[in-house]
Design a protein around this ligand. Structure first.
Ligand SMILES: [Zn+2]
Ligand SMILES: [Zn+2]
Length: 244
């Protein structure tokens, strides 16, 4: 290295170092590093430059770690990304359907189409998985099981009680079945394991598959349950047995 080229490179390094304090891209970082190596003969600048580059290297590393961490956190936990339907009051006629959806949680890949119609002002806002987990509940009315599902008074002619009887369940299991369906319903909703059903002025329905064990053979059986989605992660069971 001739003194001339060394002096030139040092000058280059001085100019480049004045760029800070923004986060440098890897290319700029490498260029600065090469300037610095070429300018080794100029000791005080070299020390100053080295300190600067070390700090910058740390920042770049932290920056990429954060990005990588965010991506990995979203993937490795297996939790879905959530959005909340937000209806924006524009002082105009309120649409009944959008008002029903207002505040409801859906996964990013399974929500009613938004905007829902021309001039719909609704938006889907990202919401933290932790908030969804904290607020979500799955509720059901005991009467959906007794008398309805088990046809206790014999007035319902749906034959669903025969299916449950075949599987070894009786009205004695109504309270257990209710709790079990609520448990699985919530768990599956939280993992995004649901299907969108009918949406109308009553709101958005979703279907969740429930698995049980036959009491006689121990064999696994599964069936669909129907739920209505309410704001802030509230699910209400509408159909305890919606078909196989
Ligand atoms: Zn609307
Ligand atoms: Zn709308």
């Amino acid at each position: 290295m001739t003194p001339q080229s060394g002096a030139k490179s040092t000058e280059g390094a001085v100019l480049s170092l004045k760029i800070g304090p923004a986060i440098l891209g890897p290319e700029t970082f490498l260029r600065l590093l090469s300037d610095l190596v070429q300018g080794l003969c100029h000791f005080p600048l070299w020390v100053e430059g080295l300190v600067f580059l070390l700090l910058e290297a740390e920042r770049i590393l932290l920056y990429y770690k954060t990005i990588k961490g965010t991506i990995l956190a979203g993937k490795s936990t297996g939790f879905p990304q959530w959005v909340q339907w937000i209806h924006h009051d524009e002082g105009k006629t309120h649409c009944e359907i959008c008002l029903k959806l207002d505040g409801c949680y859906f996964t990013e890949d399974r929500h009613p189409p938004c905007p829902h119609h021309p001039f719909c002002h609704c938006t889907l806002e990202p919401i933290d998985d932790a908030i969804v987990r904290m607020n979500a509940v799955a509720k059901s009315d005991y009467r959906k099981f007794d008398p309805y599902l088990f046809n206790t008074p014999g007035t319902y002619t749906h034959n669903k009680e025969k299916l449950f009887a075949q599987w070894g369940y009786t009205v004695e299991d109504a309270a257990w079945l209710q709790a079990e369906i609520e448990r699985q319903g919530l768990e599956k909703y939280l993992t995004g394991d649901y299907q969108l059903g009918k949406l109308n002025h009553n709101g958005q329905r979703i279907t969740i598959r429930i698995s049980l064990t036959r009491r006689d053979t121990g064999e696994a059986v599964s069936f669909d349950t129907g739920w209505m989605v309410y704001p802030n992660g509230w699910l209400q069971l509408s159909t305890p047995y919606g078909g196989k």
